[in-house]
Write a protein that binds this ligand. Structure first.
Ligand code: AMP
Length: 425
């Protein structure tokens, strides 16, 4: 199945019952306002119910959690085989604590009334509580790889009866260096099992993992990278690095009532921006690798509840997190992996809403900028300044700026330099 758009935009005609899901589950979904399957759900649910392996290319916001969660719940509820102590019938692995918690919350909501039991295993919270939870056994265990290995080493969990394995945001798990942890975990599961892999991108290493772990998988693909959602108004502002912060504050202040996500490359950069925004009177939170779990949770909650309108984030910290109703995505720094641009801007224009994605590009970032335009296959409209000279791509050659040149903007000779290297997020 190939579809090119998300959620409400290309909702399929048939309902969840037509996909083969249990009537009670369908009713429960309707009570949650979920009635029409999204493309990834329509593609993944039937083969998963048939016990097949699935390889799905889908980003956050496509309804992917329900796409793997609903068939799992259906199968486990139908089997009526409660997990034995320390065992788990299904294991869902996710790269970050936030995503694991989000999956657990979504699946708990979907499965109300089925009697299924869940366990959550992530770093940053008490391992003893997790040992106690696992002692009872779990129908569905949601975990981050590092903490799960800790618990395996303590013999607090036994995966020898786990018949379903889901890898969510698998590309990010590989990016974060979890490949050995994943291999170790997978070795302890029975060979006879259903394996499902969800990933936003398909790097070469993933092809190898998929070939090794999946048997004759059904491929489901939605929103291929490089095909951004049409309702996002993209623009680029060519700015001096020193002018970026001031411009960000001006733009945010002009839309005080609307949510905005600001992406930076580094943890330090994220914190510097957050502090500057607070100083300028803009309530802002941040999520990145230097923040404790409690701080990240509080920042996300404040943002979700509208108490803070701006969230400053690094790619790794933000990936996979469902942040609703974002109107503006600012690329304060351009990502040096072009795919990440598509992931970042996909945070706006969710579920029928429209949104804006604003990129700030300094002379040093022209290489990244060209890579992004090449991936998109189109030129991003210019809202300020002109492309910095040097390394011009065909997409930008004949363009003229839509607006005038702003303060701090404009071409500078001799600065079309090298991209900065990405630091950890
Ligand atoms: P996800 O891609 O799993 O992070 O889901 C994104 C959001 O879409 C979540 O808030 C879900 O509750 C919501 N959602 C998932 N499936 C549907 C659906 N079929 N119809 C409407 N909303 C949905």
């Amino acid at each position: 199945m190939k579809t090119t758009d998300i959620l409400a935009e290309t909702a399929t005609a048939s309902g969840f019952a037509d996909l083969g899901l249990d009537a009670r589950l369908v009713k429960r979904l309707a009570a949650l306002g979920i009635e029409t399957p999204t493309p990834v759900q329509a593609g993944a649910i039937p083969p998963m119910l048939a016990g097949k392996d699935v390889l799905a290319l889908a980003q956050t916001g496509t309804g992917k959690t329900a796409a793997f969660g609903l068939p799992l719940i259906h199968q486990l509820a139908a089997a009526r085989l409660p997990a034995a102590p320390r065992q788990a019938s299904a294991l869902i692995l996710a790269p970050t604590r936030e995503l694991a918690r989000q999956i657990l919350d979504a699946l708990t909501g979907f499965s109300r009334g089925t009697g299924l039991g869940f366990a959550l295993v992530t770093g940053g919270s008490s391992i003893n509580n997790q040992i106690r939870q696992l002692a009872r056994g779990a129908d569905i265990l949601v975990a981050t790889p590092g903490r799960l290995i800790d618990l395996m080493e303590r013999r607090a969990v036994d995966l020898s009866a786990t018949r379903h394995l889901v890898l969510d945001e698998a590309d990010q798990m590989l990016d974060m260096g979890f490949i050995h942890a994943l291999k170790r975990i997978a070795r302890t599961l029975p060979r006879e099992r259903q394996t499902v892999l969800f990933s936003a991108t398909m790097p070469r290493l993933m092809e190898a993992v998929a070939a090794e772990w999946l048997t004759d998988p059904v491929r489901v693909e939605v929103t291929p990278p490089g095909r951004p959602i049409s309702r996002i108004a993209q623009s680029v502002r060519f700015l001096d690095p020193a002018a970026k912060l001031e411009r960000l504050i001006e733009l945010l202040a002009a839309h005080r009532d609307e949510n905005a996500l600001v992406f930076t490359r580094t943890k330090r950069g994220a914190e510097k921006i957050r502090t500057a925004l607070e100083r300028a009177g803009l309530e802002a939170g941040s999520i990145h690798g230097n923040k404790s779990q409690g701080q990240r949770d509080r920042a996300l909650r404040a943002f979700r509840e509208g108490r803070s309108r701006v969230l400053v984030a690094t790619d790794v910290a933000a990936r996979g997190i469902d942040i609703p109703a974002v109107r503006h995505v600012y690329n304060f720094d351009l990502p040096n992996v072009a795919d990440n641009y598509v992931h970042r801007i996909g945070r706006t224009a969710r579920a029928g809403a429209s949104g804006a994605a604003i990129a700030f590009c300094s002379a040093e970032e022209m290489k990244e900028f060209h890579a992004i335009e090449k991936l998109l296959g189109t030129a991003i409209p210019v809202a300020e300044g002109t492309p910095w000279p040097g390394m011009r791509s065909s997409a930008t050659k004949s363009r003229r700026p839509a607006g005038g040149r702003g303060r701090g903007a404009g071409p500078r000779r001799g600065q079309g330099g090298r991209p900065r290297r990405q630091r950890s997020a």
